[in-house]
Write a protein that binds this ligand. Sequence first.
Ligand code: F6R
Length: 619
Amino acid sequence: MCGIVGYIGEQEAYPILIKGLHRLEYRGYDSAGVSMINAKHDLNIYKATGKVAALEDKCAAEDTTGNIGIAHTRWATHGEPNTVNAHPHRSQSGNLSLVHNGIIENYKTLRTKLENEGYTFCSDTDTEVLVQLIEYTQKSQQCDLFTAVQRALKHVVGAYAIAILEKENPDQLVCARKGSPLVIGVGTDARGHKEFYLGSDATPIVEYTKQVVYLKDEEIALMDRSGKLEIINLSNVHQTPEMHILSLSLDELEKGGYPHFMLKEIWEQPNALRTCIRGRIHVQAKDVLLSGITDHKEKFLNARRIIICACGTSWHSALIGKYFIEEAAQIPVEVEYASEFRYRNPVIYPDDIVIAVSQSGETADTLAAIQLGEQKGAFLYGICNVIGSSIARATQSGTYIHVGPEIGVASTKAFTGQVTTLCLIGLAIAKEKHTLSDEMYHMLIDELQTIPDKIQWTLENNQGIDQFAQMFTYCRNFLFLGRGYNYPVALEGALKLKEISYIHAEGYPAAEMKHGPIALVDEEMPCVFIAPKRGMYDKVVSNIQEIKSRKGKIISVVTEGDKIVSDMSDYTFVIPDTRDCFVPLLAVIPLQLLSYYVATAKGRNVDQPRNLAKSVTVE
Ligand code: F6R
């Protein structure tokens, strides 16, 4: 989704802004823009459709000087992706420029009011309304920009993160947030001058400073060239900036020799899961230690039900979590699409626990689902990757998955991190509720610790997928089939393939296939079966038989040493044996590789697939 970068200090702003936009490219966007105030007090704005590189080309012959600036990557919501709709937007007098993430819901009403005051608009965006509204407030109420932003935003309904420049005042940068994140970096340049960086997340900031302030909802910040940082909220109350230290490192944001972030992140999974598990398992005592659960033990012991809300890949991991928590901890678990849950007036009891699963911690629908849970008095628990994200802060307790930044738009290591975390949570609740025998509890903990090594084995023993994938670039459809714990893996395999290769794919419970999708099967249709020698193996073998007799092409994920399914298949991926509940953590690996290699063979941009955004901050 849209990204924001800002800078005020003694350095040239443009190189910092452009580098920051490149760091934010992973979020997905379709146009970009930049604005600086030069030494002559000119407020320059340059915009381009397409990639940041196109913006750089456009700026090459322009005046990009100035030591204050803002920049933006736009993922179109209101109005098509063109240079008029791209940000920054300029106010009518030309005194202000503004960038915005989020959606202004009452922009039509505001626009009509401003038109009645003589304002004209050149774009189709809701953002242009904001910049004109702030200018109108500043002029009509004869106040400074900081005050005008605060007063104007009281009339705004919707979500926003904004940054604004004022031509007449190049010593101050103003920003504000509600429902869309903003991070202020506080740094010191080589000559010891204080400087401020701004980002819609920490990625454009981390190489300059580790000291950050996460702006809270309804806060407006003023960054002054003198080094002063002032924060006020919409109710006019001054706030003390809370300084945090970033744990993110620059290496984590780079490709490290891999052609794409997605491939790097697939291969990072063994180590990512070691980090996810580290400190949460007491190795000698064979015990799970999750303070997020133990600190709220009574809530979990008395929970009537757990409702997990999530979107996309996170929804798939939630489904695996449901199967595991119900089996291990004997609590009913419902898994909801956050976007459906928030609007359908669901029954939520005060003794329910609402868990949000979200890699970014910023997904608008998941955040809204949590807020609904809060209104109904449920206990709120977050499973996020991004530290300090909105969902992490909106929940009463939670567990970070700690898999490091995920830059590729297609989620890979966050999926396995979420599944691992949900398994840890299931084990922690089971321990409190005594729903597992000691023997079973210890055995599951032992087995979970072997998973990182087994993922490494899976990566190393399925190296031919790049060659094999070439054969499938012509396909228009794929079917992914699995049962039990592997049904969500089928869903995830299908999602991965469709989002980065643009091949239509469906995931289905293998037995359900007879009730419709089997009509699609012919010699052209690849059917991917997740068929480990576990659980419902014999049943899956029968399902494969049904497809085979209709001449479908069988690709299977099998346990190492399996002969029966391998012999029935046109191609097999192998995984080591593990408990049923942990098979998804291994079976998803070849499916991630398959989608990656099919997509790259088709020449797709796997890290930034068309129309997709990394962090979906609009509903
Ligand atoms: C798919 C993918 C998306 C996200 C979904 C939720 O590869 O990445 O489906 O899983 O947008 O995002 P988070 O987990 O950030 O809430």
